[in-house]
Design a protein around this ligand. Sequence first.
Ligand code: 2RA
Length: 337
Amino acid sequence: DGPKVAIVGVTGAVGQEFLRVLHERDFPYSDLVMLASARSAGRTYSFEGQEYTVQALTEDSFAGVDLALFSAGGGISKKFAPIASAAGCTVVDNSSAFRMTEGVPLVIPEVNPQAMEGMKYGKGGIVANPNCSTIIALMAVTPLHRAAKVKRMVVSTYQAASGAGQAAMEELEQQTREALDGKPITTNIFPFQYAFNLFSHNSPMTDNGYNEEEMKLVKETRKIWGQDDVSITGTCIRVPVMRAHAESINLEFENDISEEEALAALAAFPGVSIINDRAANRFPTPLDASNKDDVYVGRVRRDISRPDSKGLDIFVCGDQIKKGAALNAVQVAELLL
Ligand code: 2RA
């Protein structure tokens, strides 16, 4: 029978999505262990007809566990993923803790499964789940990259509240009600109004004027594609949308690529759906992508700012909690079976 699976951070938005995705994909676990902070220990969840009691995460939590899905923040991963790995438990880590660590594969299963070749559950090791905005961008851009080799990528993201956690989603809803009722706006998560507003991504600023979210796009793309010479820049923005990110992407290629070739490459790529109806002016929206597995791509058009056929503009929407986190991690776990 299958692996004994631990979920670290089970009470969070992604932790809860892990359960939904494990069920949807009929993941063949033999047993489940639900781990969270001491504060959450004792809470119970019923899952697939079984009652589970959340246990406090400790150094001994991984004895006999074959596979652990982590989504409890970088600090918890940094401390406990190596302990789990040393205990023979293979870790799929959704945090940023090990994404750029030499020797730790950073994997989107449809893009670079070969990076985790030979890894199996129960044998220890860590696989890093990329950042959500990276996953969503690369699900759309990789088929185009394979068709005509991306030379430069410019990404503008419109990121959902879910990326900032359950509390941010709740605050967005509360503020929207307050704004509509003309009541004072509650600002606990962000220092300004989020409802009917948008702002530069809340990740820390770095010394080159880019925030960490933008630098993740740059660094993770190069590692996942195994290509350091691709030029990448981005602007990440938080927008008042609940759980799906949208991204506007401009691409420059080494080789020619037509709109038809681009659409054919996208249509052939697993995990990508196309909404590109110019006649109806109908293209992907975050609500099309919410709670769906696929990443949705549209607005595929030749970049008219170039004199050649080496430029495209596209627009992408993907569910941040699902393909941006929990689904991708469970698909990685399926490669460990
Ligand atoms: C965000 N990428 O959307 C983060 C979530 N991991 O803020």
